[in-house]
Design a protein around this ligand. Structure first.
Ligand code: 5AD
Ligand code: SF4
Length: 460
């Protein structure tokens, strides 16, 4: 083991980056790197970046300005600070990053994280290094597992990547280019990882993948397993009380997955199912491969299988050629489905994607106006969903200390933060909580029934 060094990792964008950041830290731990939350004392800074929209990508360069100043200050103090850029901007822009930000020592794409120790050694020997290959070896086999301490420090809810990349090629999206073709991890590797997390105290697992419900991993029986079958198996892992998965494509919501929502009490009745637009014309131009009616039917099948089901979605406004009528179709779809929450974005042309070259790009003021109108509808629906939680009893998984002294905060089945007056020793436990107050960002509650955990009227 070499001299202890400090590592500061900052994640932008999606949950997969959060997961990858953890795995990078785990892989660097045996090299003597201990994580710090203070960039000012770091020997190595990794920015794990997002390329999904222009704004996200540009954030990296402003962050690199700040980090470059830290590097100059460290050099004046006679200390070496290494700067690495990882994630999807690294993959998409490669050497360009070093041209724009010469303080960067290493640019590393998502498929090369297992090579980090070797790549860092190379930067020390010969200066800036760029690795954006898609190597033949499986990085998941070579990335190091987290220590028990690291798992505990990260909390009772954990992400596990089961699938990476995407073969759908929606015309607005960079993911098939930055994360590559769809690859599913083998079932046994996923089970082993979930068991390791459960043994260290994790209670909730969110399976993640860019197109997670397209999962088709190799099972121990030699067969190809669907996500539904994988969830069924993971529901049996001792200690795992809750399962979630994200992000799903409507076309891959197969019968086994819908059955899992009917049959598995630990599978939370909350699904992020992006639709992007309510207009069939725009769905086609986005290459989403389904119609509005097919999406609505999938939602109905899920609700029939699991009546407690609630939904969230992503929406893009101002896709090239989107008319006022198309946009109104999105508003009417939101009304028809009824979401518990949703994310909405202005279309951002991404270099190299087909939609960026389409004629009839929509002016920014029109995009802003539509975004505003859509968000108003979504906000109303979210407030209504939260409002009808008042007086209901939910199971809450407590995750950490709350906003005020004496409070702890957990998540409802629908991912709403729930604040309760309770001792910190209850963190990691699941309790029945009756919702007594609905705030703008959190629910508040007390323990239902006669004693702690006695929740006779659980709804989810
Ligand atoms: N412009 C705007 N939003 C986008 N998304 C993906 N690509 C773009 C883009 N070019 C949104 C989609 C996706 C979410 C992760 O980001 O809604 O579901
Ligand atoms: Fe991007 Fe999702 Fe479409 Fe794949 S399915 S191209 S990740 S938006």
């Amino acid at each position: 083991m070499t001299r202890p060094r400090k590592l500061y990792v900052k994640s932008f964008g999606c949950q997969m980056n959060v997961y990858d950041s953890h795995r990078m830290a785990d892989t660097l731990a045996p090299e003597g790197f201990a994580e710090t939350l203070n960039a000012g004392e770091a020997d190595l800074i990794i920015l794990n970046t997002c390329h999904i929209r222009e704004k996200a990508a540009e954030k990296v360069y402003s962050e690199l300005g700040r980090v470059g100043a830290l590097k100059a200050a460290a050099a004046r103090a006679g200390r070496r600070l290494t700067i690495a850029v990882a994630g999807c901007v690294a993959q998409a822009e490669g050497e360009e990053i070093i041209r724009r930000a010469p303080s960067v020592d290493l640019v590393v794409g998502p498929q090369s994280y297992h090579r980090l120790p070797e790549l860092l050694a190379r930067t020390e020997r010969k200066g800036a290094v760029v690795d954006t290959e898609f190597p033949a070896e499986d990085k998941f086999d070579l990335l190091k597992a987290p220590s028990r301490e690291a798992i505990r420090a990260r909390g009772v809810s954990a992400f596990v990547t089961v699938q990476e990349g995407c073969d759908k090629f929606c015309t607005f999206c960079v993911v098939p280019y930055t994360r590559g073709a769809e690859v599913s991890r083998p079932v046994m590797k996923i089970i082993a990882e979930v068991e390791l997390l459960a043994e260290a105290g994790v209670r909730e697992i969110t399976l993640i993948g860019q197109n997670v419900n397209a999962y088709h991993g190799q099972g121990s029986d030699g067969a190809t397993w669907t996500l539904g079958r994988l969830l069924e198996r993971l529901a049996d892992v001792p200690g795992i009380a809750r399962l979630r998965y994200t992000t799903s494509h409507p076309c891959d919501m197969d019968a086994s997955l819908i059955a899992a929502h009917r049959d598995l009490p630990s599978l939370m009745p909350y699904l992020h199912l992006p639709v992007q637009t309510g207009s069939d014309r725009v769905l086609k131009r986005m290459n989403r491969r389904h119609t509005r009616a097919a999406y609505v039917k999938t939602v109905a099948r899920l609700r029939a299988a699991q009546p407690r089901m609630a939904f969230s979605s992503d929406f893009i406004v101002g896709f090239p050629g989107e008319s006022e009528e198309d946009f109104r179709a999105t508003l009417s779809l939101v009304d028809e489905v009824g979401y518990a929450s949703a994310f909405s974005f202005k279309y951002s042309p991404r270099p190299g994607t087909p939609a960026a070259d389409l004629p009839s790009q929509i002016p920014d003021d029109v995009k802003s106006e539509r975004l505003h109108r859509l968000q108003a509808v979504i906000d109303r629906q979210q407030a209504a969903f939260n409002g009808q939680c008042h007086g209901r009893t939910f199971e809450v998984l407590f995750e950490k200390a709350g906003r005020y002294p004496g409070q702890i905060v957990g998540r409802s089945p629908y991912l709403q933060p729930v604040q309760v007056m309770a001792p910190r020793t209850m963190i990691g436990e699941i309790r029945a909580v009756r919702i007594t107050e609905v705030g703008p960002n959190s629910l508040f509650g007390d323990f239902a029934g006669t004693g702690l955990g006695a929740g006779p009227m659980l709804e989810a």
